[in-house]
Every structure is written in structure tokens, then in C-alpha cells.
Design a protein around this ligand. Structure first.
Ligand code: PRX
Length: 658
């Protein structure tokens, strides 16, 4: 399982369509061309002063900070460190006097049930659950795992943790019990918040039952809060399990927001990297909040009367910054939807947009491609005239999908903000300012004010030649960056700063800039895949595969896929003889099921191929580039003469066992 990194690929397509800001679009979120230029100049002239000024104006501090950036322990940067605040108070309490009755969350369940929660009601619910956490002995700094469907209580639980200074770690509901266990163990979580089940794709996903498979082996967990959502039967462990409704019954609707330091960890979010073990990305309180607020204003142009909808699940960073924190901190009204985009049919997103009068809509390219494929008749059934801004995130968007989004959904009226960022960056980094930046299909355009993005060569030199690919890096620390990897500062340093001797933050993406200085992100240069926008590590999948008794060796690569962006292709050497053609289907099903159990259904390979050996160099490295070519059916251009056994290429090419 040794590996070689992917070189930043020279991008082949050349997209030169330019879409000037639609004249009808007024950026009322406070941005103008002049202000934008001024922000860029300000950040350039006085970097720390720029962030300090914004942090003072956007955040309600309990104790104002006096130090902006502490670089003494670089790359463990600290921002605003002597200030104190509470993130939940910044999201809720500060709106109550003026907009307590305003809708904070407009929820729609997959079965069609709806619920509107005002800011005052949300604050009450958050306080009651925060008191329930306290009543169970959960303290500031304790870790709480949240494993929930996309229902308002997921946000309430996150906000309640923030309120008492507990550190949440949300685990996406699509991850398996084993993944959940790994995350609970790594964070030594004292409590889990879950639900009996959630609705997804017309089925009930029994989240509590998934928890039950592993919780007996997680001694750190003292309490399991269970929300009744789907009403499915569940099993129960007295003394550990508590119904959410019982836990909050009789709890006071008031809960003093804890005072925490600016650097207090707000949350951990586990994400896949290029090794077998997911890493707990740790974000701080104040800097993270600042990023979420500023980008809601700059990139989403959020206004008082907007209805905003980000379709991301709270299990991902997008569901943190742009569901659980950013919109609330800005006092916005947001839609939250529990289910699948195609339930009952491919019109569901557009129906929700019409029904709840959505004005700002943010989703992933994979969803756009999947819905585009279903045909224009679905969006045409609904009135989408209220939409005024569209966004995408998670992977490069291909120009065809961009054009469909622009023409059919945005009716050529709505700017599209293609936002590049990562779990680690906390908030948007490279993105257009709607109404100001002209857009190009497939480009995330330019770095936001204060973000010093660059493309560098393997020596770390800035690449100025247009269209030349290199490593996408950030030249200076920014307030909403990750602080460390939970429990593993050395891995943090090595992963993000090691490549160029601590000079830059290394994103792991390859990118190029065009003659206008626009960024074009070309995908990962490491062993991370983006499947339906979900981030998966090839090494992680490989280590699960080789743990199965049938498998001797495994290599996992991505291949392009029209809908999911990338699809997982696994190459397997079994123990004993290679399975015959008739046996392959059975082995494949066994292994796919194994991966679903160990990681989650999102990591199931689309294809598994079998060979007697894997192609390796004489030094024993798996030739991944060659495997990628085999997986995507392109010509193998590698020199295979050095292979131990050149015949296996034919075996791999000819022997696709789906
Ligand atoms: O490869 C980039 C891709 O998604 C990666 C980050 O994944 P994750 O941490 O799961 O966060 C996704 C949501 C922020 C990046 O390294 N990516 C994200 N946004 C874009 C993108 N690639 C191209 N264009 C984007 N707009």
C-alpha cells in the first residue's frame, strides 16, 4: 500500500466564456466594487489590522481581544487569543431583541411535514438542551458526538454544545457504526446525540440501531440522547439512553452562555486524508465564527428578507459553516430539508424552493448533475422566480452542469458563486463576490479579501505563467483555519505545512490560474477522492479491504464519473486463487457490503477488479497512475517494462468484475 502522489494535472479543457455580473443583481449585503477593492488594499497594507477590525465589528465579544495573531508557535497559529465570547450567543441571543419572531429555521421533513422555528423558539430549545447536557454532567471541553438526521435538533444540539463550551463532533448519518466508533474513541466522547431514525430516500435509516452495534464497546460514552423522529422501534439501555424529550422536560428555557476563550475548540470534524485514519479537524471559536459571518455577507450577500437554503448535511463542514453557524450568526431565515433530492421525484429541491420562497440556493455539483440528468421538466414545473443567487461547493463543477444551473435553475438571472474551500479552511476561500466578480463556468474565480491564495511549483515558487498547473497553497494564516488535528499536532504540521517547510498552508489540491488571474481547481494531488462531493481516502478504503479475510492486497483509485465526479475502483488480489468469473460477483458483493459496514455505503466501490498481482515498480510501489488509466479505460502510457509481471495489465484491463 505504498503510494506515489499524483502530479498536478495539466487541465485539458479551455473554457473562455465570461459572465459579467447580471445588471439586475444588487449586492445589498454591504459590498460594492469600491468596498471590495478597499478591503483587498486594506488586507494588503495591514493584514492583522484588517482581520482585527472585522473581528471587532462582526463578533459580540465578552472580553475584547488585544492581540490579533500569535505566530510564536507556528504553524500552530492563534487568533484573537485573549478575547472571550460565546458562539451560540453570537448566533441567537443577539438577534432576539430585534428579530425574536423572525423564522430562523424552516424545516421540511422528507415525508412532507414542516415546522417553522423562530429565533426566540430556537434560543429556548437550545437553552433547554444545553441545560439537559449540563444535567448529565457534561462540562466545558467535553466532547459530544452528534449522529443525527437533518432535522432542527441537529442544529439545536450543535448550538447547545457551543453554549456550554462542549466540543461537538458531528458524524455524518451515512457513516457506519465502525466509523462512528472510531470517531467516538479518538475524541473520547462522553455523550452521543442521535435519533431513533431519519427519513432518507423513502426509507427509515435506523440511527439508534447503528449506534447500538458499537456503543457497548465505547466506555467513554456515559449518555446517549435519543430524539424521537421516525417512530421506528429501537432497543434501549437503561441508565445510558435518555429520550431527548425526557431530557429537556422541565429544563429551564434559560441557560447562561459560557464564556470561552477565542481559541477554545468549537468543534471537531473528522475528514479523510491520505492515510488510513480519518483526522479530527479542530476549529477554534472566534476565528471560525468570523469566517462564517463574513462569507455569508460577502459571497452569499445575505440580507434581512432572504430565505436561504444550503442543502448540505450537518455531517459535513458545509453543514457547519453554512447551516449550523453562518446563517444564524447573520440572523437569516434558512430552509432545512431532511431527505433525498429525488424523493419522491427529481423535482423535490425545486418544489422546496418554490414552497418556501428560497432566494439563495447552495448545493453540490453532483446534485446538479444528477438532477440535470433527470430532465428539465422537473424544474420547469415550479416557480423559481424568487431565486436570486446560486452557489456550488465540494468539487470542480464541469461547465455543462454550470450552464444548466445558470440557464434552467437561475434563468440567466442569478449569479453563480462557485466556492472553493475545505473542512480545514473553515469557510470560503476562493469565490466570486456576486454582482461584482464576472464568472467563468468551472472557475471559483479569485481569493477573498485577506486570503493569500497562490499556485506554486514543486519548489514552492509562485507560478505566474497562465494555465500552468501547480499546488494550491495559502501564503498566510487566516482566522478561520483549522488549529490542529485532534490529539495529533505532528500530523497537522506534517500534512498541511510540511511540504514547503512551514512556509504555506498546503491544500492538497492542484490548480492553475488563467491570464485574468482566475483560479481553476483541478482536483486533489494526494490520495483523496471526491465521490459525490464526499471526501474519501483511498488508503482508508484499502486498509478496510485488506482487513477482510478474502483479501491479500488492495489498491483503490478514482475514475471519472459523469454524475458522482469520481467513482471508486478497487483492484484486489485475493488470498488463494483469483476468483473465477462466476465467483467474482459474489466476492464483489461481499466486499462492497464489508466496506459499507466498516466505513459507510458512500465508500462502496463502483467497480472491483481482480488480478494475480498488483502492478508494482521494482521498489515495490503500486503504480497508481497506471491503475487510474486502467480504471478509466484510457491508454496506459506508463513504461510497464519494469513491472515484475507485465501480463497483469491485460488481466486488469480485460477482467472487469462489477
Ligand atoms: O478538492 C477540493 C474540493 O473539495 C475538497 C475539500 O473537501 P471537504 O473538506 O470535504 O470540503 C468540501 C466542502 C467545502 C477540496 O480540497 N472542492 C471544494 N470546493 C471546490 C472543490 N473543488 C473545486 N471547486 C470547488 N468549488
Amino acid at each position: 500500500m505504498t503510494n506515489e502522489s499524483r502530479d498536478p494535472i495539466e487541465s485539458l479543457f479551455k473554457e473562455d466564456r465570461l459572465f459579467p455580473p447580471p445588471p439586475a443583481f444588487n449586492h445589498n449585503g454591504g459590498m460594492s466594487e469600491d468596498l471590495y477593492q478597499q478591503l483587498i488594499r486594506e488586507a494588503d497594507q495591514d493584514y492583522e489590522g484588517f482581520w482585527a477590525r472585522l473581528a471587532r465589528s462582526e463578533i459580540d465579544w465578552l472580553t475584547p481581544f488585544t492581540r490579533t495573531l500569535n505566530e510564536t508557535k507556528a504553524p500552530h497559529y492563534r487568533w484573537f487569543e485573549d478575547g472571550t465570547l460565546n458562539v451560540s450567543a453570537n448566533c441567537l441571543d443577539r438577534h432576539i431583541a430585534r428579530s425574536g419572531d423572525k423564522a430562523a429555521i424552516v424545516f421540511e421533513g422528507e415525508p412532507g411535514d414542516t415546522r417553522t422555528i423562530s429565533y426566540s423558539e430556537l434560543l429556548t430549545e437550545v437553552c433547554r438542551f444545553a441545560n439537559a447536557l449540563l444535567a448529565q454532567g457534561i462540562k466545558q471541553g467535553d466532547r459530544v458526538v452528534i449522529y443525527m438526521p437533518m432535522v432542527p435538533e441537529a442544529v439545536i444540539a450543535m448550538q447547545a454544545c457551543a453554549r456550554i463550551g462542549a466540543i461537538h463532533s458531528v458524524v455524518f448519518g451515512g457513516f457506519s457504526s465502525e466509523s462512528l466508533k472510531g470517531r467516538i474513541e479518538d475524541a473520547e466522547a462522553v455523550a452521543v446525540v442521535t435519533a431513533d431514525g431519519g427519513h432518507r430516500g423513502g426509507r427509515i435509516i435506523g440511527l439508534k440501531a447503528i449506534c447500538d452495534k458499537v456503543l457497548d464497546d465505547c466506555p467513554s460514552v456515559r449518555t446517549v440522547f435519543v430524539l424521537r423522529r421516525a417512530g421506528n422501534p429501537i432497543s434501549w439501555r437503561e441508565g445510558r439512553d435518555v429520550w431527548w424529550h425526557d431530557a429537556v422536560a422541565g429544563m429551564s428555557p434559560h441557560c447562561q452562555a459560557a464564556t470561552v476563550s477565542a481559541e477554545h475548540p468549537l468543534f471537531l470534524l473528522y475528514t479523510s486524508g491520505s492515510t488510513g485514519r480519518p483526522k479530527g479537524i479542530q476549529h477554534a471559536s472566534a476565528g471560525y465564527l468570523l469566517g462564517a459571518i463574513l462569507t455569508m455577507r460577502w459571497v452569499f450577500d445575505i440580507r434581512e428578507d432572504d430565505v436561504y437554503w444550503c442543502t448540505a448535511d450537518v455531517g459535513w463542514i458545509t453543514g457547519h459553516s453554512y447551516v449550523a453557524y453562518g446563517p444564524l450568526a447573520c440572523g437569516a431565515t434558512m430552509v432545512m430539508y431532511e431527505g433525498a433530492p429525488t424523493t419522491p421525484d427529481a423535482g423535490r429541491f425545486w418544489q422546496i424552493c418554490e414552497r418556501h420562497r428560497v432566494r439563495i440556493f447552495y448545493t453540490a455539483p453532483t446534485a446538479i448533475r444528477a438532477l440535470k440528468k433527470q430532465g428539465d421538466e422537473y424544474p420547469r414545473r415550479y416557480n423559481l422566480d424568487r431565486l436570486r443567487l446560486l452557489g456550488t461547493v465540494g468539487e470542480p463543477i464541469n461547465p455543462e452542469a454550470w450552464m444548466w444551473y445558470h440557464e434552467v435553475i437561475g434563468q440567466k438571472r442569478c449569479p453563480i458563486v462557485d466556492t472553493w474551500w475545505q473542512t480545514e479552511t473553515g469557510a470560503h476561500m476562493i469565490a466570486p463576490i456576486p454582482g461584482i466578480t464576472a464568472t467563468k463556468p468551472g472557475s471559483c474565480t479569485k481569493a477573498l479579501p485577506g486570503i493569500l491564495a497562490d499556485v506554486v511549483d514543486s519548489e514552492g515558487r509562485s507560478i505566474t505563467k497562465p494555465q500552468e498547473g501547480g499546488y494550491l497553497v495559502i501564503r498566510r494564516p487566516w482566522p478561520f483555519m483549522l488549529r490542529t488535528i485532534w490529539g495529533d499536532p505532528a500530523r497537522y504540521q506534517e500534512t498541511y505545512w510540511g511540504r514547503f517547510q512551514n512556509r504555506y498552508y498546503v491544500s492538497g489540491d492542484g490548480a492553475r490560474r488563467d491570464a485574468d488571474g482566475y483560479f481553476w481547481v483541478m482536483g486533489r494531488v494526494d490520495d483523496v477522492l471526491k465521490v459525490s462531493g464526499h471526501r474519501l481516502g483511498t488508503m482508508e478504503i484499502e486498509s478496510v479491504l485488506v482487513a477482510h479475510p478474502l483479501v491479500a492486497e488492495a489498491a483503490v483509485v478514482g475514475r471519472p464519473d459523469e454524475i458522482t465526479g469520481e467513482a471508486i475502483c478497487a483492484f484486489i488480489v485475493t488470498r488463494g486463487p483469483r476468483p473465477s468469473a462466476s465467483e467474482q460477483a459474489r466476492v464483489t458483493e461481499t466486499l462492497r457490503q464489508w466496506i459499507a459496514e466498516q466505513i459507510g455505503a458512500i465508500a462502496k466501490p463502483a467497480e472491483i477488479r481482480y488480478a494475480d498481482n498488483l502492478p508494482k515498480t521494482r521498489s515495490g510501489k503500486i503504480m497508481r497512475r497506471l491503475l487510474r488509466a486502467v480504471a478509466s479505460g484510457t491508454t496506459v502510457e506508463e513504461d510497464v517494462s519494469t513491472l515484475e509481471n507485465p501480463d497483469i495489465i491485460k488481466q486488469l484491463q480485460g477482467d472487469a468484475g462489477r
